[in-house]
Write a protein that binds this ligand. Structure first.
Ligand code: HEM
Length: 191
């Protein structure tokens, strides 16, 4: 039996994590913006509940995605990129992962500080991480929003770099993360 190669193309699982989280994160920003602007009403509470529930889903997906990545290392970056670009790509990917953890955790902390526990999809009550405290809640709100803006900036850089590779370098960087893009080869070791 031969050992599996260390790096393989992005496979169905890695791609599914990537695009599922893309859709959830993409929905969370407008949801967070709209709900915080609403007057107190049952609809506002419902939107808060969805925001918190999908935040928990994101956190779970972040844990699973990172665990998957540990055992299935991603393919090397496109060849030919100068060291500075490689360092930037690794740096942005690392920070994106950090935000995918920090954003839901800061939301969970904020919810605990407000004294309103997270009840995911009205079914699973999450434990409060800290005691209710208005000063902490206000501080955590700033933290949560700062991480959200950082994630938006990182995503802008990430998408710009992807489009640069796709349109200018034409090195297949985008294609390898797209669903159904990998050429199926007999015995391929996709992850
Ligand atoms: C919520 C939005 C997004 C997040 C959080 C995100 C996050 C990430 C992360 C963490 C990686 C590194 C994966 C790894 O190696 O483990 C990655 C890779 C990648 N992402 Fe995204 N991404 C998002 C949106 C997008 C969008 C909109 C595009 C396309 C325009 C895109 C294109 C890519 C590509 C092509 C790669 C592979 C890069 C490479 O292998 O060099 N991403 N993404």
């Amino acid at each position: 039996m031969t050992a599996a190669p260390k790096h393989c193309p992005y496979g169905a699982v890695a791609k599914s994590f990537h695009w599922l989280m893309f859709f959830i994160v993409g929905g969370m920003f407008p949801l967070g913006y709209v709900m915080s602007d609403m007057a107190v009403s049952p609809q506002k509470l419902q939107l808060y509940s969805w925001h918190k529930s999908f935040g928990m889903v994101l956190l779970l997906l972040a844990v699973l995605r990172l665990a998957w990545r540990l055992f299935h290392p991603p393919p090397p970056l496109a060849s030919g990129a100068p060291p500075i670009e490689r360092a930037a790509a690794h740096g942005v990917h690392g920070l994106l992962y950090a935000c995918l953890f920090a954003l839901p955790i800061s939301g969970w902390l904020m919810s605990s500080a407000s004294g309103l526990p997270v009840v995911a999809f009205g079914l699973w009550q999450m434990p409060n991480l800290i005691d209710a405290n208005e000063t902490d809640r206000l501080f955590l709100l700033q933290v949560h929003m700062s991480i959200g803006f950082s994630l938006l900036s990182l995503l802008t850089a990430h998408v710009t770099a992807t489009l640069y590779h796709h349109l200018y370098r034409r090195d297949g960087t985008l294609r390898r993360m797209l669903p159904f893009s990998a050429k199926k080869r007999k015995g391929s070791n996709e992850r």
